[in-house]
Design a protein around this ligand. Structure first.
Ligand code: ATP
Ligand code: MG
Length: 345
């Protein structure tokens, strides 16, 4: 297999209500990867419009997510932060991938089924084609590693299938043009640690989500200390004290979720957390969890609120990042056009 330069790409949708799941499953890990890789972190605004967005609110949410990236510690000079719609190669490559991916592949995507709900006929074509755009986001940079939450695993498998089929379909052209035996890498998902799937605080079987109508289902990054305390206090649990043993958590999704949140926030393992709190009542554990969450999220929320006061600065970060992203993506797109046989200047 051809050698690819190691590069990290990931994105979050600017759809408001950034929550603890986005932080622990994605953004916190984006920050950690900065020391080991060249990283590109995208505000995926084209994905956001797969469901209706009020234009003014979309603008606000793009800036708020940019502020969150910065407040969590992503360095926009060493790495790249930008919004997707400023680099048109994402949409262009997505079209090519729409023609590579098969209907049968997309029909298996569980996110579409969940988001479209019962009235599938009324869902946008974009919501259905979403995974092809996601593949384009990643492969426009020929990224080798993608940190995401567990819910995105299936889409990353599709990204690998698309890369593989493109590499196979055009194998002769790819070799003739000097790209060796593969033009696109088979991207590796980075899904690990105790917080790959944070669950709703109201229902231990549903993922914590921006689009959940109940604000009590999630901890938002901009929640006050009082909000955080109240939401954890009301969080659903079972009547038993905390287990000593991780195995026991398997049958107790709400307890498992809260222990996982604690472990991820404290950079500890679930077993380590249970060795401290095993046998404790939830009331005591929830107090400790609240204290930890307030200590970790408080400064992030405060910095986000400060940064959103300065939209000109946030926009300048996105414009600068988009320029550097475009330089990479346009090279990929030129090569893809050559591989496909399009005529160009
Ligand atoms: P929506 O419900 O609108 O899809 P979302 O909360 O899933 O919103 P996304 O922007 O789709 O947010 O996802 C951004 C990143 O956060 C992805 O890497 C996703 O896997 C991760 N993520 C989302 N929810 C969770 C969660 N509950 N636990 C861990 N990671 C999560
Ligand atoms: Mg999502």
């Amino acid at each position: 297999m051809a050698e690819f330069q190691e590069r990290v790409f990931s994105g979050v949708q600017p759809t408001g209500n950034l929550h603890l799941g986005n932080y622990l499953g994605a953004i916190k890990r984006f920050v950690e990867l900065q020391n080991r890789y060249d990283c590109i972190y995208c505000v995926v605004d084209l994905h956001a419009i797969t469901v209706w967005q009020e234009p003014e609110e979309l603008t606000r949410n793009i800036r708020e997510l940019t502020a969150a990236y910065l407040a969590c510690g992503i360095d926009p000079k060493q790495h790249i932060i930008f919004n997707q719609s400023q680099v048109s190669e994402h949409a262009e490559l997505a079209w090519v991938f729409n023609c590579v991916a098969r209907l049968g592949w997309l029909n298996r995507m569980t996110q579409f089924k969940e988001k479209a709900g019962k009235d599938r006929e009324a869902a946008s074509v974009g919501l259905y084609a979403y995974p092809c755009l996601m593949a384009a986001d990643i492969l426009a940079y020929r990224a080798t590693h993608v940190p995401v939450g567990e819910d995105q695993k299936q889409h990353l498998e599709l990204t690998r299938d698309i890369a593989q089929k493109f590499n196979n379909d055009f194998a002769a052209r790819i070799r003739a043009l000097g790209f060796g035996d593969a033009f696109f890498p088979l991207t590796e998902p980075l899904i690990s640690g105790p917080a790959t799937r944070i669950m709703s605080l109201r229902d231990g079987t549903k993922k914590m989500s921006k689009s959940d109508t109940s604000d009590y289902s999630r901890i938002n990054l901009t929640d006050s200390a009082d909000d955080i305390a109240q939401k954890f206090r009301k969080a659903r649990t079972d009547p038993h004290p905390l287990a000593h043993d991780e195995k026991e958590l398997e049958k107790r999704p709400e307890a498992d979720n809260l222990v996982g949140i604690y472990a991820a926030l404290a950079d500890r393992t679930k077993a380590g957390v249970l060795s401290e709190f095993g046998g404790a009542q939830f009331s005591r554990f929830k107090e400790a969890l609240t204290e930890l969450a307030v200590a970790k999220l408080g400064p992030i929320g405060a910095e986000m609120k400060r940064l959103v006061q300065d939209p000109r600065y946030l926009d300048s970060v996105l414009i600068d990042g988009a320029g550097r992203a475009r330089a990479i993506a346009s090279e990929t797109m030129k090569a893809v056009k050559n591989i496909c046989g399009f005529v160009r200047a």
